[in-house]
Ligand binder design. Sequence first.
Ligand code: SF4
Length: 70
Amino acid sequence: MSMTQTADVACTKCKFFDDHVAKAASEGLCRFNPPVSQPSAEAHGLWPVVSSNDWCGHFSADSRTAGTAD
Ligand code: SF4
């Protein structure tokens, strides 16, 4: 079975998903890698924005949400 065949694989259910600075309810930040593309020394690095339905090969179930119904 591929990962796309299970409803349990989604960024919102991944331990690397961070929604505390999301601009929309269906978006959050992926914390798998360090921030990237820092445009200048004074600017902050950027965390990739992901949607609730996104997923990638680094998905790892969040033990805080695994097994709970949404
Ligand atoms: S992009 Fe991958 S690692 Fe990042 S939150 Fe989504 S599933 Fe997890």
